[in-house]
Structure formats: structure tokens, C-alpha cells
Design a protein around this ligand. Structure first.
Ligand code: 13P
Length: 246
């Protein structure tokens, strides 16, 4: 399986930020790992034109429908038309800010797959859930609810992002990350069979160039979903290079 370094720019970046993608393109003609940038939708088309052959682009969300009367929403077909090959779904900020449920994420995942996009489905516990000892139950239940039946494991990416680690500089212990990633692999194999050995499992939450190598050494960590440190080409390159060496 090819590992994946994915950047989620969230609601950051105007035209000037395309220079960061141009800098990554200049640095990686080809790369030993897959590289993905998910800019805001307003930049997607230009980001795709700037990215070059070694860098894929993706959306940060999509609607489940392919077109229609949904003011402000974006269909997966529109992301694809703007050059995307991936879409992040069920990020905790979507679940919190927009009330997305596992059921919402599941129908979006089906729609993204039908459009030929690779979904990056996000799961993760809150701090209160971790403190209550519910982490593994939460992850099991989010995976069960957010993924449709009958998947080929190679078609999807799953990201574990503990909500309390996002943008906080706090990272779970290595044991905590491995416990969740090993559970996710086992759950996916139990449900989708051997193909789930090919599902890329990303860790996300305060990944930086300085901690990336130790996270990538953990079992069943096949890459990262990076927020803040993906906004600057030099920082993201530090993470990409650590993944390439893992
Ligand atoms: P940070 O890397 O800024 O903690 O964000 C993680 C994240 O939410 C990526 O989707």
C-alpha cells in the first residue's frame, strides 16, 4: 500500500496560498508516498492546476446528492470537475459545526465513491469520551455507522482524529494511537475482509515535522491527516519526508 500524507487546509487560504502548493510541486516531481492537499473549495480548481503530477487534491466535504436545490453545498461531481480525487468526510468540525451524523457521513461516502472520489472518512473521540473510558466504543460505533456495507477496503481512507488533539498541540501517547489504529484495522477486516489490509489508516491531530517520524513508526499508521502544519510547504514537506522514510 502507498502511504498518504494529507493536508486539510480547513477555512484557510486565498489565492496567495497557491504559492505553497507551487513550492511543493517544485520539490516533488514524483514521491514515494501519496501527497494530498484539501484546500478550501474556492481554491480547488486553481490548486489542482498548480499541484502537478505528484500531488492530488481533494474537497473537505461534499453533499450526498449529485446536483439540485441545496444552496451553498457542493456536489461530489463538482469537486471532481475541479480536479479533486479525494474528499474528506465526517471531519469532527463538520460533525460539530454542521450536526453531521454517522448516517450523513455514510450516504456522502456512497455518493463520493459513486463519483469516483476516494473518501477520507474521519472518526475520533472527544476528551470527555476518552476520560469516560469510551474511546474504543466510540470508534467502533463511528466506523460501523459512517461506512457503507460492501466496501472494497482499498477504495477508502480512514482518519483517526481525537477531537482533543486537533489544533491543540496535544497528541495521544503512542500506545493510545496504536490501540485505536489496531482496533480500526481489526474492525475493517472483520467487516470488509482481506481488502481492508489495503485501507490507509491516517492519524490526525497536532502532527508536526518534529513528531511525525515517531507517529509513522507505529503499527497500522499509514500516513497522516494534517491541519495547521499543512499550510506551509516547508512544514508539510517535513512530514512528507518523515513518511517517506518510515
Ligand atoms: P491540526 O493538525 O491542526 O491539529 O488539525 C488536524 C485536523 O483536524 C486535520 O483534519
Amino acid at each position: 500500500m502507498r502511504k498518504l500524507a494529507a493536508g486539510n487546509w480547513k477555512m484557510n487560504g486565498t489565492a496567495a496560498a497557491l504559492a505553497e502548493i507551487a513550492a511543493l510541486n517544485a520539490r516533488y516531481d514524483s514521491a514515494p508516498v501519496d501527497i494530498l492537499i484539501c484546500p478550501p473549495a474556492t481554491l480547488l480548481s486553481r490548486a489542482s492546476d498548480t499541484a502537478g503530477p505528484a500531488i492530488a487534491t481533494g474537497g473537505q466535504d461534499c453533499h450526498a446528492a449529485h446536483s439540485g436545490a441545496h444552496t451553498g453545498d457542493i456536489a461530489p461531481d463538482m469537486l471532481k470537475d475541479a480536479g479533486a480525487s479525494y474528499v474528506i468526510l465526517g471531519h469532527s468540525e463538520r460533525r460539530t459545526d454542521h450536526g453531521e451524523t454517522d448516517a450523513t457521513v455514510r450516504v456522502k461516502t456512497v455518493s463520493a465513491l459513486n463519483t469516483g472520489l476516494t473518501p477520507v472518512v474521519c472518526v475520533g473521540e472527544t476528551e470527555a469520551e476518552r476520560d469516560a473510558g469510551q474511546t474504543l466504543d466510540v470508534i467502533r460505533s463511528q466506523l460501523a455507522g459512517s461506512l457503507p456495507d460492501g466496501l472494497d477496503g482499498a477504495q477508502i481512507v480512514v482518519a483517526y482524529e481525537p477531537v482533543w488533539a486537533i489544533g491543540t498541540g496535544r497528541v495521544p501517547t503512542h500506545d493510545q494511537i496504536e490501540e485505536v489504529h489496531n482496533l480500526m484495522r481489526a474492525e475493517l477486516v472483520a467487516r470488509f475482509g482481506d481488502s481492508a489490509a489495503e485501507t490507509r489508516l491516517l492519524y490526525g491531530g497536532s502532527v508536526k515535522p518534529g513528531n511525525a517520524a515517531e507517529i509513522f513508526a507505529l503499527s497500522n499508521v499509514d500516513g497522516a491527516l494534517v491541519g495547521g502544519a499543512s499550510l506551509k510547504a516547508d512544514d508539510f514537506a517535513g512530514i512528507i519526508d518523515a513518511l517517506a522514510q518510515a
